[in-house]
Design a protein around this ligand. Structure first.
Ligand code: SAH
Length: 357
């Protein structure tokens, strides 16, 4: 739900793709008489089309004059695909240019469903040491429409008949640094006549920007994943500059404060020889004991110049078993898209030519 007039959501949507059904109904209706039917017709059109990045010339049930009225309030979106990589497991990674800014989007086919991983920024300013996106620096925040456009572009390359079920904000960028647009994108994705991906099927991942996390939980029902990645502040600060600002203890107290209403994900990247020892697993279990969290272990996805090796399968399994034995609900995130540079920022780094400017 977008609370208009709250001050926080003061941005007027600039493209029809980022308008909620309610906002479209107002714009497609008569003064004082919104038209939910027309709004739903437009949303259905957008999600049944492969490239709905600008408004259609005509739409059944909507007069040309009304459609032109909306067109006047909606900027068209430039979406270009500059590279595509397809992995053996069917994962497709797209390098898109949105209004000239490079972003990566991944379509991950699963059992009977598709997950799309979207970027919230072009580049990122958070400078995590293990992240390929950090190396390209920060370009700009994406609009909600540009996040929706990524979902549409990814869905267009999904295997036919496989429905879009989940969206994760785990691509380029720090979603909490672009909170308003992310909250809007989640609201629009949930529209039943459109993508119909409810917030329960959306996960937003953050490096731990606490003040924005507080705002997020008060305004958005999507799941929240926090990239913890280390078990002491000293260790965390070595790989995540954000750790210097928001200590681990504060992140943990956030989990317990909101634990009555939510379950959080804790992401823990495994960097060979840095944070993957048995002692790290025990410390992680001590920190998370009794908290409403589930852990995702993510073995480092290698990229050129990564300063750590990816831990071997046995080491990952050992880390997992230690957490499991302590009763911490844990999953090892299967490396998807092996061979296609699937970690965020990697496709961009491997194809500099079309996007370096
Ligand atoms: N800025 C957000 C979202 C983008 S990163 C965040 O920090 O959570 C999404 C996830 O990918 C994070 O959990 C991050 O730790 C992980 N990640 C980043 N680079 C990676 C790499 N090279 N290998 C494996 N996981 C990586």
């Amino acid at each position: 739900m977008l609370e208009s007039g709250s001050g926080e959501d003061s941005v007027t949507p600039a493209c029809f793709l980022e308008m909620t059904a309610e906002e479209l109904a107002v714009r497609l209706g008569r003064p004082g008489k919104p038209s939910p039917a027309r709004a739903n017709a437009l949303l259905r059109w957008a999600w049944c089309n492969s490239r709905p990045f600008s408004l259609p010339d005509r739409l059944e049930g909507v007069t040309a004059r009304v459609l032109d009225g909306l067109r006047a309030q909606s900027s068209p979106l430039q979406v270009t695909e500059s590279a595509r990589a397809v992995a053996k497991d069917g994962t497709v990674k797209l390098l898109l240019e949105l209004e000239g800014s490079p972003v990566e989007t991944v379509m991950i086919p699963g059992k009977g469903r598709v997950t799309v991983c979207v970027s919230s920024q072009s580049g990122c300013s958070r400078q995590c040491a293990f992240c390929a996106t950090a190396r390209m620096g920060f370009r700009r925040n994406l609009t909600a429409a540009e996040m929706i456009a990524q979902v549409l572009a990814a869905r267009a390359v999904a295997p036919p008949g496989l429905p879009l079920r989940n969206v994760v904000f785990m691509g380029m960028g720090e979603p909490m640094d672009n909170l308003e647009a992310v909250v809007r994108a989640v609201a629009v994705l949930g529209e039943p006549s459109g993508a119909a991906v409810s917030p329960a099927h959306v996960t937003v991942s953050t490096c731990g920007v606490l003040p924005a996390m507080e705002r997020f939980v008060s305004r958005c029902a999507a799941g929240l994943a926090v990239s913890l990645n280390a078990t002491t502040d000293r260790q965390r600060q070595q790989i995540m500059p954000a750790g210097a600002r928001w200590p681990i203890a504060d992140l943990l107290s956030f989990f317990s404060r909101h634990g009555k209403t939510r379950i959080f994900f804790v992401e823990y990247i495994l960097l060979g020889g840095f944070n993957d020892a048995g002692a790290d697993a025990e410390r992680l279990a001590d920190l998370l004991d009794g908290l409403p969290v589930r852990v995702n272990l993510i073995p480092l996805n290698q990229f050129d110049g990564a300063p750590w090796p990816t831990p071997g399968g046995e080491r990952v399994q050992h880390f997992f078993s230690l957490l499991n034995a302590r009763g911490i609900r844990t999953m090892v995130r299967q490396p998807r898209g092996a061979g296609i540079a699937a970690a965020c920022g990697q496709l961009y780094r491997s194809t500099p030519a079309p996007v370096s400017r």
